[in-house]
Design a protein around this ligand. Structure first.
Ligand SMILES: C[S@@+](CC[C@H](N)C(=O)[O-])C[C@H]1O[C@@H](n2cnc3c(N)ncnc32)[C@H](O)[C@@H]1O
Length: 249
């Protein structure tokens, strides 16, 4: 295994203990409210209306899977290389009697059969862990049945450059939009290597894998705000996330 990926995997196994420690909180949260953002639901609702089989790449704590099923998915199959994350997600889905299944697998080699997904759902801190975006996009295409969709809701590639200052946003001078990677210096994956992909690189990889892009939207809201932090960068002036919908011909 690539040593950087091996290190990232070790960091994620450790970081995913959070899903075990906070198991009950996440369960309560999942019961109380949807974790899907309004901008996600706007695009996903029409797709979920046809009861798709969803494959969720890098499913993490899996709370989104519970909401995808609640919103209409026939089932959701999560893939994550963290055994801890997959086990915690499986336990929660079983406890809530929701049709979710979790498999441990290291992307881009998803241990699932070709064309098994009507919808591939991913994001919220997923692509930064993929060292080879073309290989990732090829896996998405392989998993999708013809006419199936990819929905990606991801941190905007400008995000690594925003500071978390409260008074005004500043640009981090130790980062570049065009850098290949940087070290994660925040919770929960501190110490891991994040790859950076520009919006152009993501779009080009998706097109290169044979998918047709239906829409790309940039959003001001971050998908995640650490507790107690109120950064000026999140007040609506700057892009913090984007969503992408693509379809396999
Ligand atoms: C920030 S989390 C996002 C997960 C999910 N979207 C969520 O909201 O919980 C990133 C996840 O990617 C997983 N991951 C990172 N690299 C991976 C790889 N090469 N193959 C499979 N999973 C990976 C980690 O274990 C982690 O659960």
């Amino acid at each position: 295994m690539d040593p950087v990926v091996a290190r990232n995997r070790a960091v994620w196994e450790e970081a995913s203990q959070k899903h075990v420690r906070e198991y009950q909180d996440l369960l309560d949260q999942a019961r109380a409210r949807s974790s899907l953002a309004p901008c996600e639901l706007e695009v996903l609702r029409p797709l979920l209306a046809s009861s798709p089989v969803v494959v969720h790449l890098q499913s993490g704590h899996g709370v989104d899977d519970l909401d995808l099923v609640a919103a209409g998915a026939r089932c959701s199959i999560g893939v994550d290389f963290s055994e801890v994350a997959a086990a915690a997600a499986q336990r929660r889905a079983a406890e809530m009697a929701v049709r979710c299944r979790y498999v441990v697998g290291q992307l881009p080699a998803a241990p699932l059969r070709d064309h098994c997904a009507d919808l591939v759902y991913t994001g919220k801190g997923a692509l930064i862990w993929m060292p080879d975006l073309d290989a990732w996009a090829a896996t998405v295409t392989r998993l999708l049945r013809p006419s199936g969709h990819l929905f990606l809701y991801e941190a905007h590639p400008m995000v690594p450059l925003w500071t978390w200052d409260e008074d005004e946003t500043r640009i981090r001078h130790d980062r570049s939009y065009f850098a290949r990677s940087h070290q994660n210096d925040t919770y929960p994956a501190r110490g891991a290597t994040e790859w950076q992909w520009t919006l152009g690189q993501v779009i080009t990889a998706v097109i290169g894998a044979g998918l047709q892009i239906r829409r790309v939207t940039e959003h001001p809201e971050p998908f995640w705000q650490p507790h107690g932090v109120t950064a000026a960068a999140w007040q609506g002036q700057l892009p913090n996330t984007y969503s992408l919908l693509a379809q396999r011909p």
